[in-house]
Design a protein around this ligand. Structure first.
Ligand SMILES: *Cc1c(COP(=O)(O)O)cnc(C)c1O
Length: 466
């Protein structure tokens, strides 16, 4: 063994102890760590001939790289839709590295850790009150979940023409209908060879909505003259957390032949609360669903899962199977994740989620969703009282707003930039209904009313000088 490795092995406990203490220091101070900084490094350093060993590497990391870290898992990082990491999720994440399983199979002599993934998906279905007619698996994020789901949808589409696109490539124009897709679905269409421009836009409901207009959807379906299509629908749009009408879409399936995908990256969590469950009523009828775990479930990156109806498992295997040989045996019995999703080797990504669900239960996540949504409302009310205006009503956890008055439109960008520069809060810019706006998304378990007070104060101070 190399001497540096040997030295590390002999000092493993000390190394982990130091690392643990560093983790505790960061996490217990996270409220005070800025949400942004201007620190930078020159990334072109020379690779050393002799290694430093872990302790020296940790020292160098702390001196040069750690200052790059912002409190993106802290309570005032409201840009994008950014979750944090709960204690249980970090336990699971650390242990996933410690055990370092290559999670693929449920029946292999080389290890059955995929059983933990099965169990975790089953717990998630219970959390979201979904039936076990879905087969699920973990991927890195909602982007890959959309990709995985839409890849199976693509195979389904070919089958409607008696074609096997996975084997022979795409030979028919694939019809995609969607109203307000997340950019990652469009990226998936590009990666899947469907084409990022090859979709038909459904109108949204009139009156400040991002949900699809059912009458327009039906018109566009009729224009397809009975041809199959893929519908990409939304459970929670990023600007205004709007939801498509799943009950009505479910009814349309009785009349028309389509693959129904729902992107519920964060909005799917509406299902955990009585207050918001009506938003996703009927979603169990979908063929595939995307959910992120590194957002509202508050597990560390990278974690999301897809759900695809079990009845489509053969399409899924045709799409992802890792050899040209025909798949042997019953795919559900002889199950191996490498045949149903993009990656072959993969870490035990289910573990942080398993720990979170066990540690906090249904009530933990119900409280989190309800608290986040209450905070969004609280923030929105404070904005209205302080010379801001909402661009959309608060449906769940996202606040989309701007500076009051048309004449202030040009100030939105410098205002947000100055606000983010304070390091007290991070929000992201948007354009909504042709207006420059700002988005704040509440999903972090640590956020509380005091954070809102801190942010409103910063915003008021800035308004005076901008
Ligand atoms: C965040 C998000 C995505 C992309 O998720 P990643 O985890 O960043 O890959 C997709 N759809 C919606 C609705 C999202 O909010």
């Amino acid at each position: 063994m190399n001497s540096k490795l040997q030295h590390d092995l002999d000092n493993f406990e000390n190394i982990l102890e130091k690392t643990k203490q560093q983790g505790i220091d960061f996490l217990s101070n996270i409220d005070n760590i800025p949400t942004s900084n201007t620190y930078s490094i020159n990334p072109k350093t020379e690779l050393n001939e002799l290694g430093l060993g872990s302790i020296e590497a940790l020292k160098e990391f702390n001196e040069r790289l750690a200052p790059l870290m912002v409190s993106s898992s802290g309570p005032r990082y409201w840009g994008f839709v950014t979750g944090g990491s709960t204690p249980a999720s970090i336990v699971g994440d650390w242990l996933a590295s410690v055990y370092d399983q290559n999670t693929q199979s449920v029946t292999s002599q080389g290890g059955n850790s995929a059983l933990i993934e099965f169990e975790t998906i089953n717990l998630l279905l219970q959390l979201l009150e979904l039936p076990d007619s879905f087969l699920g698996g973990f991927v890195t994020g909602a982007t890959m979940s959309n990709f995985t789901s839409l890849a199976v949808a693509r195979q389904w589409f070919g089958k409607q023409y008696g074609k096997d696109f996975a084997k022979n490539g795409i030979s028919e124009t694939i019809n995609i209908l969607t109203a307000t897709p997340h950019s990652s679905s469009i990226k998936s269409l590009s990666m899947l060879g469907v084409g990022s421009q090859n979709y038909t836009v459904i109108k949204t409901i009139e009156g400040n909505r991002e949900a699809l207009d059912i009458a327009d959807l039906e018109e566009k379906i009729k224009a397809l003259n009975g041809k199959p299509f893929i519908l990409i629908s939304s459970a929670g749009t990023v600007n205004t957390a709007d939801f498509d009408d799943f009950e009505t879409i479910a009814k349309l399936r009785e009349k028309y032949n389509f693959w129904w995908h729902i992107d519920g990256a964060f909005g799917g969590f509406a299902a955990v609360s009585e207050k918001y469950r009506h938003y996703v009523k009927g979603w169990e009828g979908a063929d595939s669903i995307t959910i992120d775990c590194h957002k509202w479930l508050n597990v560390p990156y990278e974690s999301a899962f897809y759900l695809v109806k079990k009845e489509h498992v053969n399409l899924q295997i045709e799409t992802f199977q890792n050899s040209n040989a025909p798949y042997l045996g019953n795919p559900l019995e002889n199950f191996n994740y490498l045949n149903v999703l993009p990656e072959n080797s993969r870490r035990l990504r289910a573990l942080p989620v398993w720990f979170s669900l066990k540690a906090y239960g249904k009530e933990g996540f119900r409280d989190l969703v309800e608290d986040s949504s209450a905070l969004a409302l609280h923030f929105a009310n404070a904005l209205i009282e302080n010379d801001f205006e909402l661009l959309a009503p608060i449906r769940l956890n996202n606040v989309c707003f701007t500076l009051k008055g048309e004449h202030n439109q040009e100030k939105v960008t410098p205002f947000l930039s100055a606000l983010n520069d304070t390091g007290k809060v991070f929000m992201t810019p948007t354009v909504y209904q042709n207006k420059k706006g700002i988005r704040a998304s509440f999903v972090n378990w640590r956020t509380n009313e005091e954070d809102i007070r801190i942010v409103i104060k910063e915003m008021k101070d800035l308004l005076e000088i901008i």
